[in-house]
Design a binder for this molecule. Structure first.
Ligand SMILES: [Zn+2]
Length: 213
């Protein structure tokens, strides 16, 4: 299985690796910093050996990268991997804004059920099964999120089970949550957060999250 260097150092933008397998357009690597869609966080964009990665997908503990036809890579070849860092950093900031929002919603409405989440480069959203309008909660939520960001609290990211590749993040005296995404080191990096309430369907509530540029 590929060594996921994006966990040890989520701030790394370049990495040298070895091609492990080649199956037509699909390649695997011995190690990577290129995140593949998981936990609602979109895949990175970037290149392997200068060639754009068209798709990155997780299958069990492996990550398969699809390149253009005639990529010419062979097993054993040393390659440079490069990711679009401005995009990844925005994904990391929005991802953690989501983490904090979700945790605060769970604390405010015990038992509420999350039914979906998506983190893209421009905005993120969390969907809940909830029969009431969440608008009255937003001011208080925003204040609590802003307080955590202004306190610039350290975020710890560690394994709960290294062999099973299970990880969690923790902010002391706030929460510890299982997640295999790429996490910031400090809450202050999130920046200014704006929340919007939407109604994606009957009995459902959505919180849309944006961060400043
Ligand atoms: Zn996470």
């Amino acid at each position: 299985m590929v060594e996921k260097v994006f966990w040890d150092d989520p701030y790394l933008t370049h990495l040298e690796a070895e091609v492990r397998t080649v199956d037509a357009d699909d390649v695997t690597l011995d190690r990577t910093l290129f995140y593949a869609f998981s936990g609602g966080q979109e895949s990175d964009t970037g290149t392997i050996a200068g060639q754009p990665v068209l798709n990155a997908r997780k299958t069990g503990p492996e990550i398969i990268y699809t390149l253009a036809k005639n990529h010419g890579l062979t097993p054993g070849q040393r390659v440079w991997i490069e990711i679009d860092w401005p995009r990844r950093y925005r994904l990391m900031r929005l991802h953690f804004a989501c983490e904090i929002t979700l945790e605060l919603v769970y604390q405010a409405i015990p038992g509420i059920e999350k039914i979906g989440a998506h983190i893209a480069e421009d905005k993120a959203r969390i969907d809940f099964q909830y029969a009431q309008n969440m608008s009255p909660l937003l001011d208080d939520l925003t204040q609590r999120i802003t307080a955590l960001i202004e306190q610039n609290r350290p975020i710890f990211s560690e394994y709960s089970d290294e062999d099973g590749e299970r990880r969690f993040w923790r902010i002391d005296d706030f929460a510890q949550v299982p997640c295999g995404g790429t996490h910031l080191r400090k809450t202050g990096e999130i920046g200014q957060v704006t929340l919007k309430r939407k109604n994606p369907g009957k009995g459902k509530e959505r919180i849309e999250i944006t961060v400043d540029d």
